[in-house]
Design a binder for this molecule. Structure first.
Ligand code: C5P
Length: 233
C-alpha cells in the first residue's frame, strides 16, 4: 500500500484535545501538522507529546527573518526532528538557502509563496505590483533556485506547478473530501459555493502531502472520515 500522504492539521487550542484526536485517527493518517498557534502555545513540550504517536511531524512555522536568525531557529527545532518545516519565500534567496543548510538531512524545507488571505489590493499596499498568481509563480521559482524541497500550493495550482518542477515536494492544504453529494463540503459547515478540490484529485495532480484539518477535526466521527479519505487515496 502507498504511504499515506495525509497530514492532519491539529489546529486545536488544548493540547489534550489535540493529542486525543491524533491518537484516535493515528492509524489512518500519514503525519501531523502543527502550526504557529500550537507551537506558541505548547512549544517543544507539545511537539514531544505528539511525537509519542510515532508519526512524522510537520512544523508549519512559516519562518521569515534575516538569514542568520532563520538558520538559528532551524537549528533550535532540529531536536524535534521535524519531517517538514515551512519558511516564507518572501524572506529571499539567502534566507531560504540558509534555512535549508541548517535543516536536518531528513527534513524537507518548503516555501510559502503568497498567503491565500492576500488579494491584489493587499499586494499593492505592500508595494508588490504583480497579481497574487504571478507573484506566487515568481516566488516558487526563487524557492527552487534556493535549493528548497518544494512549496505550499493550492489544489488548483499543484498540477501546473508540478509540470514546472518535476521532482518538487508539494504541500497542498484547503482540501475537502467528497461528501457523497457530488462535491466536497466546506470545512466550517457554511456550505459556500467555492470550487473545492478533493484529496484524491490533489494527489493525482502531483501533491506530495495533503493537509487536512477541519473535515476531520470537526467531524462528528473523525475516525470514520479519516478512514474514508484514506480509502480514496
Ligand atoms: O481548512 P483546513 O482546516 O483543512 O486547513 C488545514 C490547514 O491548512 C490549517 O492549518 C490551515 O492553516 C492551512 N491552510 C493553509 N492555506 C490555506 C488553507 C489552509 O495553510 N489556503
Amino acid at each position: 500500500m502507498n504511504h499515506n500522504p495525509v497530514y492532519l492539521a491539529l489546529d486545536l487550542p488544548r493540547l489534550e484535545a489535540a493529542e486525543a484526536l491524533a491518537r484516535k485517527v493515528a492509524g489512518h493518517i500519514g503525519g501531523i501538522k502543527l502550526g504557529l498557534e500550537f507551537f506558541c502555545a505548547h512549544g517543544h513540550h507539545g511537539v514531544h507529546e505528539l511525537h509519542k504517536l510515532g508519526l512524522p511531524i510537520f512544523l508549519d512555522l512559516k519562518l521569515h527573518d534575516i538569514p542568520n536568525t532563520v538558520a538559528a531557529a532551524m537549528q533550535a527545532i532540529h531536536v524535534l526532528e521535524p519531517a517538514i518545516v515551512t519558511v516564507h519565500a518572501a524572506g529571499g534567496r539567502a534566507m531560504m538557502e540558509d534555512a535549508k543548510a541548517a535543516a536536518g538531512e531528513n527534513c524537507k524545507v518548503v516555501a510559502v509563496t503568497v498567503l491565500t488571505s492576500l488579494d491584489d489590493d493587499d499586494l499593492t499596499a505592500i508595494g508588490v505590483s504583480a497579481d497574487p498568481h504571478a507573484q506566487a509563480l515568481r516566488l516558487a521559482e526563487l524557492a527552487q533556485a534556493a535549493g528548497l524541497d518544494g512549496i505550499v500550493c493550492s489544489g488548483h495550482e499543484v498540477g501546473a506547478v508540478h509540470k514546472q518542477w518535476k521532482d518538487g515536494f508539494f504541500v497542498v492544504p484547503g482540501l475537502r473530501p467528497d461528501d457523497g453529494k457530488g462535491r466536497g463540503r466546506n470545512g466550517n459547515g457554511t456550505g459556500d459555493q467555492k470550487r473545492t478540490v478533493t484529496p484524491r484529485e490533489a494527489r493525482d495532480a502531483g501533491a506530495s502531502v495533503l493537509v487536512i484539518g477541519r473535515p476531520i477535526s470537526r467531524a462528528d466521527d473523525p475516525l470514520t472520515v479519516a478512514r474514508a479519505i484514506e480509502a480514496t487515496l
